[in-house]
Each structure stands twice: as structure tokens, then as C-alpha cells.
Design a protein around this ligand. Structure first.
Ligand code: FAD
Length: 407
């Protein structure tokens, strides 16, 4: 009888695994069960509709630094299939990719549909059978065979890959089968803050700010953006990712400190102010920003420590000057909630990585059960890393399903 591999989920990891499996072992039947009517829905909306396919970081030990969860475990897999490999894979199939200045990789067309078209064409030519609108409701393992329940009837397979993304249903099924599931929480979100210092400043950005979460080890540097709701930008997204479980625990209500001029210490700012008071005592403080702080933000920060728009450098006391230096290098804000970052968001949590053989992305508890993509407790910063984890897991699991192990 022909061997059958069943893949649950027609997203990035599932479709890529199906192609890899079918191409590696054409004699094996590969079926994808997808509950939605369309495949690769997240690819379609990803990267603002452009699909940030991967990140041009080609050294596994550097690449894993972008994965708050999965950094240890992905070193081996990335040495077998990494960004250079997925870029070559698409290039070989006629999809031109480009590396942008920040190393994010996109299709030259700037259309996620280009990626979808390529994947679907490859799946078809490899003979992958795709069943859309088929939701898996249960999985059983009997007599070394997998029985998969759907509303359309049961499927039987020798090996299965669960690539159902952040699916509560599948996590519950896997839990019932004996897997430990790390509580899923959102990652990659922006901070909601209501504060007069940033009110009306939406759109203003800083090239390099340092944001730390008070009373924690969580601190990041990078570009910061003021939004209508609070704060966003790479520095905030990085914090939301590294801090995902801790920030969920405090229900997204936590204090932060911002150094608006990350390259400077408080003493350096104070020294510059002291100098200013001596050399430019008649200069209006609010009218002339320093250290590249955007002027409207500078005015608001000055106002906050009691510096009025009529004050010159010569008018303020040592204490006010000290308060202003503290404000520039350590503004205290209260975060009270989170908002979705529309370009990319993921879930932290999922199947416990201790229960996975990362050479094959196979369960160590249930041989013949493979897991790849967001179903695992792997997630990364924004920038193409999340898809890379899906391609890598899909590639290795797909080959393992085909009976091959990549060295
Ligand atoms: C708006 C947005 C933008 C993003 N942009 C980027 C980006 O540009 N770059 C990047 O690296 N990452 C991006 N990501 C993250 C990336 O999309 C995910 O990490 C990636 O899609 C995970 O792939 P996956 O195959 O594991 O899961 P998914 O893509 O979620 O696929 C899982 C599939 O399983 C199906 N499924 C679920 N339950 C069942 C069931 N019971 N039976 C059958 N099928 C089922 C789902 O319908 C789905 O099609 C973005 C995410 C979002 C939400």
C-alpha cells in the first residue's frame, strides 16, 4: 500500500514541508488538510502585503539571537537550512528577491502573491494533494498509524506533520496526546500610553532611544516611534518580544523608562546643560533643542519639569536643570495596554521545545508525529525571522516525512 504523509495546516510551514516531502520522495502520497478555504493566508497579509520572506543574516549563531524563544534549539536546524537556502530556493524557481537596507528580504515584486503563486505551483507540480475547508478535530495514534478526524471523515497516515500555527484546537489535541504546551501569549505588539508629554506627537520618531521596563532586566535600544496610542518602533517591538510572557503576567500594565538620547548618560546631558547655562544664558530653552531630540518633544519634556516657554538657560535652578537631564535620559511612563503591530505579529508559547528532536522536527514522545512553524514554542523579532523558522522547520520535517534526514 502507498505510504501516506498527512500535513495539518496549509500555511508557510505546512505547504513548504509538503513540497519538500513530495519532491524528496515522489512515491509517497502527501496530503495537506487546511481548515480555511484559502491557503497561505498569513503569507498574503504578511509584511504589509509585501511578505518579508526572511532576513539576510547567514551565520546561524548570529541568526538565533533574534529568537527569544528557540534560540538554543535553532542553531542546529539553521546550520542545515537557513536564509541563504530559502533565498536560493525561491531564486531557483524564478522568484527574484531583494535585500533591503535593514537586511529584510522581500520579493522584488513587493507582492506577497508572488511567494504564494510560487509555493502553490511547486506544490501542484510535486503532486501534493490539497484539501481545503477541512478542519481537523481530533488525532489518535493506533497500531502505529495516525487517525485524523475531520468533518469530512477520517484520514489514516503513517506519519503526520502538525503545522497548524497558533491553533488552540491543535494545542488541546497535542496536550491530550501527552505534549506539554507552554501557555500561548501574544508577541510583537506596541505599547498603549496616555501621557501629555507625547500627546499630539504621533509620527515623531527618534533614531536611537533606550527603553527599559522598570524593575526588570528588559532593556533595548533602537528607533522609537510615537503613535496616536503610545509608542511603537523597533525598540518597542523588541521589548514586547523578549518580555512577552512577563508582560502578559502583569496584564500589559507596567512602568517604563526612556532615555531619548540612548548614546548619552545622564551626567553627559547635565554637563552639556551646565555649559549651555554658562555660554548661552539668554537662550530660550524651549526654542532650541539639543542632542537631536525632536523640538516638539523637547518642549513637552521641558514643560514637564517646570521649564516655561519664557525661561532662558540662565533662569533655571540647579535642581530644574538636574530634573531636565533626568527627564531626557530617564522619562518615566506608565504603559496601560497593548495594540497590534499590523505588519507582523506572532504568538509566543506552544509545544515545549524539550519534547522535539530538532534534527527532524519530530516529537520525542510520539514518533511519527512531526511539528513545525508557530505550533512550536518558537518566535522571533520582526524582520522575516518568523517565516525563516517556518521554512527551516518545514524543510527538515518535510524531508524526515519523506524518510530522509538532512545532515
Ligand atoms: C499580519 C501578520 C504579518 C506577518 N508578517 C510577517 C513577515 O512579514 N515576516 C515574517 O517572518 N513573519 C510574519 N508574520 C508571522 C508569520 O506569518 C508566521 O510566523 C507564520 O505564518 C507561521 O507559519 P505557520 O505555517 O506555522 O502558521 P500559519 O501561517 O498560521 O498556518 C497555519 C495553518 O493551519 C491552519 N489550521 C489551523 N487549525 C487547523 C485545523 N484544525 N485543521 C486544519 N488546518 C488548520 C490555518 O488555517 C493556517 O492556514 C506575520 C504574521 C501576521 C499575523
Amino acid at each position: 500500500m502507498q505510504e501516506t504523509a498527512i500535513i495539518i495546516g496549509g500555511g508557510a510551514a505546512g505547504i513548504f514541508a509538503a513540497i519538500a516531502c513530495a519532491e524528496a520522495n515522489p512515491s509517497q502520497k502527501v496530503i495537506v488538510l487546511e481548515k480555511a478555504k484559502t491557503l497561505l493566508q498569513k503569507v498574503k497579509i504578511s509584511g504589509g502585503g509585501r511578505c518579508n520572506v526572511t532576513h539576510a543574516c547567514f551565520v546561524p549563531k548570529d541568526l538565533v539571537q533574534f529568537y527569544p524563544r528557540g534560540n538554543k534549539e535553532l542553531i542546529g536546524p539553521f546550520s542545515r537550512f537557513q536564509p541563504a537556502d530559502i533565498m536560493e530556493w525561491f531564486a531557483d524557481r524564478g522568484v527574484d528577491l531583494k535585500i533591503e537596507a535593514d537586511n529584510r528580504v522581500f520579493p522584488e515584486s513587493d507582492q506577497s502573491q508572488t511567494i504564494i503563486d510560487c509555493l502553490l505551483m511547486m506544490a501542484e507540480s510535486a503532486g501534493v494533494e490539497i484539501k481545503k475547508g477541512v478542519a481537523v478535530s481530533d488525532i489518535k495514534n493506533e497500531d502505529k498509524k495516525w487517525q485524523i478526524k475531520t468533518q469530512e471523515g477520517d484520514y489514516i497516515a503513517n506519519k503526520i506533520l502538525v503545522a497548524a500555527g497558533s491553533s488552540k484546537k491543535l494545542w488541546d489535541i497535542l496536550k491530550k496526546l501527552g505534549h506539554n504546551i507552554i501557555e500561548p501569549v501574544p508577541s510583537l505588539f506596541t505599547f498603549n500610553i496616555k501621557d501629555p508629554r507625547i500627546k499630539g506627537l504621533a509620527g515623531i520618531s527618534l533614531d536611537n532611544a533606550e527603553v527599559s521596563i522598570a524593575n526588570s532586566q528588559l532593556v533595548e535600544n533602537g528607533p522609537l516611534l510615537i503613535t496616536h496610542w503610545g509608542l511603537s518602533g523597533p525598540v518597542v517591538l523588541k521589548l514586547s518580544s523578549w518580555g512577552a510572557p512577563a508582560l502578559a503576567d502583569c496584564m500589559y500594565y507596567f512602568p517604563i523608562l526612556i532615555n531619548w538620547v540612548a548614546d548619552l548618560e545622564q551626567e553627559e546631558v547635565l554637563a552639556a546643560f551646565t555649559e549651555e547655562r554658562v555660554s548661552n544664558s539668554r537662550k530660550r530653552i524651549q526654542n532650541h533643542t539639543m542632542f537631536g531630540v525632536p523640538l516638539r518633544l523637547w518642549k513637552n519634556l521641558a514643560q514637564h519639569v517646570g521649564i516655561e516657554n519664557t525661561h532662558n538657560w540662565g533662569d533655571i535652578s540647579n535642581k530644574t536643570m538636574q530634573d531636565f537631564a533626568n527627564e531626557i535620559t530617564g522619562s518615566f511612563f506608565q504603559v496601560s495596554g497593548k495594540s497590534r503591530f499590523k505588519e507582523e505579529f506572532v504568538t509566543a508559547g506552544g509545544v515545549d521545545l524539550k519534547e522535539i528532536n530538532f534534527k527532524r522536527f519530530e516529537s520525542t514522545k510520539l514518533p511519527g508525529l512531526f511539528l513545525a512553524g508557530e505550533i512550536l514554542n518558537i518566535d522571533a523579532l520582526t524582520g522575516g525571522f518568523n517565516f525563516q523558522a517556518a521554512w527551516t522547520g518545514g524543510w527538515l520535517a518535510g524531508h524526515a516525512l519523506a524518510g530522509q534526514e538532512i545532515e
